[in-house]
Write a new protein. Structure first.
Length: 300
């Protein structure tokens, strides 16, 4: 069988987009990524070229028959529209999380990809970190009593990144991947506009009715970090287990996974489980947003 090549285009050249261009131009030897060939990139700003990759127009990217797949690395709010355009043009899509800022849009796009027989792959590098892989091993087989995941980070422009339940969906993905399906019991949000500060607190229950809390806190000068406190019947875990450095970058690991899907090397079961997880997290993000935005209930 002749080696199958997929022409690709990178849309958006922020930090992620630049990492994508770098990794597409230097695929890991004898990895699935060798089947991807970078055709060019699309940006609203004009660059001409970046490391030998040439800038092309969005129209060209959509029309060109030699481009089979798009890597979407634009700001969150434009993911939905960009995915739609490339799926309509009959291209496969890799998009940075969150794939959309509403659950409805996410379900529609997924359905569209399935109808067109195209791969829609959502990047989840937070599941590929060594830190997370070790944590997952540590948690496996233990009985949760209660837990908290507290994230702090710098201020985001919500008009571009979306509501914190969506922009912070990486944390929600961790919780679902570690503890199975969750139900939102309550969610609130505190905002101090003058201080540019925001704190979202979400309470969940696991299938076994155990409480989990997710706090997403952002403000000026806040260090980007995650704190955990997971208590099990066997004791509490308050620090991340020691983890080795990975020799393969996270975006490269993700790119290999996308290429594997294009080559039909990922099992139906794995694809179905991933689809469930991604759409479930987006559904929950929407429920959280509704809880946070509804006016205070008054109980008489």
């Amino acid at each position: 069988q002749i080696s199958k090549m997929f022409g690709t285009v990178v849309v958006g050249v922020g930090i992620a987009g630049l990492a994508r261009i770098r990794d597409l131009m230097n695929p890991m030897p004898s990895s699935p990524s060798e089947h991807l060939k970078l055709f060019g990139f699309v940006s609203r700003r004009s660059f001409g070229s970046i490391n030998e990759a040439k800038q092309i127009s969005l129209e060209d990217a959509l029309r060109n028959k030699d481009i089979h797949a798009a890597f979407i690395s634009t700001e969150n709010k434009s993911h939905e529209e960009t995915i739609r355009m490339f799926l309509e043009a009959g291209k496969h899509v890799l998009v940075e999380y969150p794939m959309a800022l509403s659950a409805k849009a996410a379900h529609e796009l997924w359905e569209m990809a399935e109808q067109k027989g195209k791969v829609l792959h959502v990047e989840h590098i937070e599941l590929l970190t060594e830190e997370y892989k070790q944590l997952k091993k540590e948690v496996a087989g233990k009985d949760l009593v209660k837990g908290t995941l507290h994230f702090t980070g710098h201020v985001l422009d919500e008009t571009k990144s979306g509501f914190p339940a969506f922009s912070g969906i990486a944390r929600l993905t961790w919780l679902i991947d570690l503890f199975g399906d969750l139900t939102v019991t309550s969610a609130t949000r505190e905002k101090q506009k003058d201080k540019n500060y925001s704190r979202m607190t979400v309470h969940f229950q696991t299938a076994n009715k155990k409480p989990l809390t997710w706090i997403e806190e952002r403000g000026p000068g806040m260090r980007r970090e995650k704190k955990i406190n997971f208590c099990f019947t066997s004791g509490c875990l308050e620090n991340f287990p020691e983890a080795p450095r990975s020799s393969v970058g996270l975006f490269m690991q993700d790119q290999n996974l996308f290429a594997k899907k294009l080559l039909g090397q990922v099992s139906k079961e794995e694809l179905a489980a991933e689809k469930w997880r991604i759409l479930r997290c987006l559904d929950l993000a929407e429920v959280i947003q509704q809880y946070c935005e509804e006016p205070e209930k008054i109980y008489s």
